[in-house]
Design a binder for this molecule. Structure first.
Ligand SMILES: [Zn+2]
Length: 129
């Protein structure tokens, strides 16, 4: 999973005015004269305040959810790393076991037959219930 681009995190509304109610960043060239977002509600200040408050609450909630998502993605990636390392270690141990098995079988390591058969069963993975 990849992190969202800057555009994906950009505010939904930003008219570019210094007093924009929705702008998150106010750097660079900006206009003066008042926020033009929701200009169509200028005739109804009460409604404009309600819509503005609602949009800002949504933006706040989006940011909070984005933080939760980032944390979840980070945990997932960490778990995937652990899994990959465990799989590598598992492969290494399987190879080592196969080597040990070959040594016991091919070179006739002098060990008591009972111990030898238990060891072979263990190395073959047959010792589990
Ligand atoms: Zn604005």
């Amino acid at each position: 999973m990849s992190a969202p681009s800057k555009e994906e995190r950009a505010p939904v509304l930003d008219c570019g005015d210094n007093s924009c109610r929705f702008a998150r960043q106010r750097g660079g060239m900006r206009t003066n004269g008042g926020c033009r977002c929701l200009k169509e509600l200028d005739h109804d200040p009460e409604r404009r305040r309600e819509v503005t408050a609602y949009l800002l609450a949504l933006a706040y909630e989006n940011e909070r959810l984005r933080g939760d998502l980032d944390a979840a993605v980070s945990s997932f990636n960490e778990a995937a790393d652990h899994l990959n390392r465990a799989q590598d270690e598992n492969e290494r141990l399987r190879a080592e076991r196969a080597e040990c098995l070959a040594m016991v079988e091919n070179y006739g390591i002098p060990i008591p037959s009972e111990v030898r058969s238990r060891l072979l069963a263990k190395l073959r993975g047959h010792d589990k219930p």
